[in-house]
Design a binder for this molecule. Structure first.
Ligand code: PLP
Length: 410
């Protein structure tokens, strides 16, 4: 590469990714094959439209790529219809809303501090500007989705669309209960499975389409371990046609064909038996991490985990804020994010919690013992955030722990 400044930044980022413990729950390490597809000459091609219905010539090869991506993700989710063109999860949600809603319609989604995503109607997201949005939350004691509250708000507010799915929820989502409530008020139901898609396609989390959920949206780069981007699925032909029109020309122009190729390669990998072994390890690892914190009496949101996420109330456990926790972890080569906790008294910029995810380090080959050792190191630093000598020692321990990675190739 001749652009030395960009080359240097990429090399530095490579070093960071090699030497740090990556615990951001929405990140993962893609395979070399996915990277090759992303960096391929497919980036040169304009392909507005859909396979065999394009608005540009020369699309015969990208048609093959997009059709494979569609067929593979349909198989993974057992879906009748898939759109693989959205550039991100946010655009997948916007395109889905735009397909079935009119401006001013009512939507009901999970509150940000309970674990919902910005696009589920949070006030700073444009979704709340174009739609009337209300939110539901989790139970104050159990931190589990509060279906009594959802039913009450749904009957009062009468949304046209209910959104389930989350960015920070560590328990199984009961799509059947959501569907019952949506049916009671004649609302459509959308499940945003961005975080848990990899668990769903390997049968480790219920599939919303099995419960009649009308639309499923997802990102492709979290547990699904593909290129960055979005997908939209449905079993309803009429909704499917609306979604295609909403994505193109409704909300996007030309699709990113190199990204779609990366999605197709990731879906090919996800169809292999090894992917289920990987996803099982993802859950074993987050459970091992949670178990260690619980053994030491720390406070976890919902008291544990069923998936790839562990949410820790660092304020109640260690007397520090989420921001302080994120900063101190950075000093010992651990990357994670602060996170609001249910009924958080701190602002979303400070927070009382952190979110820890196991997918990325599991891709690097970590097993339960690594996550248990990681928990011990984190606990000792959280308890002594001003002890610079200890921080130095623990940083070295983390560097040694990272070297244990790459023992398994998934
Ligand atoms: N939906 C959920 C549940 C998410 O967690 C996220 C991202 O974290 C998104 C949507 C948005 O995805 P993107 O960042 O690709 O726009």
């Amino acid at each position: 590469m001749k652009d030395l400044k960009i080359l240097k930044a990429i090399k530095n980022e490579q070093k960071r990714q090699d030497e740090h413990v990556e615990l951001i729950a929405s990140e993962n390490f893609v395979s070399q094959d996915v990277l090759e597809a992303n960096g391929s000459i497919l980036t040169n091609k304009y392909a507005e439209g859909y396979p065999s219905k394009r608005y540009y010539g020369g699309c015969e090869n990208v048609d093959v790529v997009e059709q494979l991506a569609i067929d593979r993700i349909k198989k993974l989710f057992n879906a009748n219809f898939a759109n693989v063109q959205t550039h991100s999860g946010t655009q997948a949600n916007w395109s889905a809303y735009n397909a079935v809603l009119e401006s001013g319609d009512k939507i009901l989604g999970m509150a940000l501090d309970s674990g919902g995503h910005l696009t589920h109607g949070f006030h700073v997201s444009s979704t709340s500007k174009y739609f009337q949005a209300k939110s539901y939350g989790v139970d104050k004691e159990t931190h589990l989705i509060d279906f009594d509250e959802i039913r009450r708000v749904a009957h009062e507010f009468k949304p046209k669309l209910i959104i389930c799915g989350a960015s920070a929820y560590s328990r199984i989502i009961d799509f059947k209960k959501f569907k019952e409530i949506a049916n009671e008020i004649g609302a459509l139901l959308l499940a945003d499975v961005a975080h848990i898609a990899g668990l769903i396609v390997t049968g480790l989390h219920p599939n919303p389409l099995d419960f009649g959920v009308d639309i499923v949206t997802s990102t492709t780069h979290k547990t699904l371990r593909g290129s960055r981007g979005g997908i939209i699925l449905t079993n309803d032909k009429e909704i499917a046609m609306k979604i295609d029109k909403s994505v193109f020309p409704g909300t996007q122009g030309g699709p990113l064909m190199n990204q779609i190729a990366g999605k197709a390669v990731a879906f090919y990998e996800a169809l292999k038996p090894e992917f289920k072994i990987y996803q099982k390890q993802v859950i074993k690892n987050s459970k091992a991490f949670a178990k260690r914190l619980l053994e030491k009496n720390f406070l976890l949101i919902s008291g544990g985990t069923d998936n790839h996420i562990v949410l820790v109330n660092v304020k109640k456990s260690f007397g520090i804020t989420g921001q302080e926790a994120e900063d101190i972890m950075q000093k010992i080569n651990i990357t994670l994010n602060k996170n609001t906790v249910p009924f958080d008294e701190e602002s979303p910029r400070i927070t009382s919690g952190i979110r820890v995810g196991s997918p990325a380090m599991t891709s690097k080959g970590w097993i339960e013992q690594d996550f248990t050792d990681l928990a011990d190191i984190m606990i000792s630093v959280f308890k002594n955030i001003d002890d610079n000598e200890l921080i130095k020692i623990k940083k070295q321990e983390i560097i040694n722990l990272v070297k244990r990675a790459n023992r398994i190739k998934w």
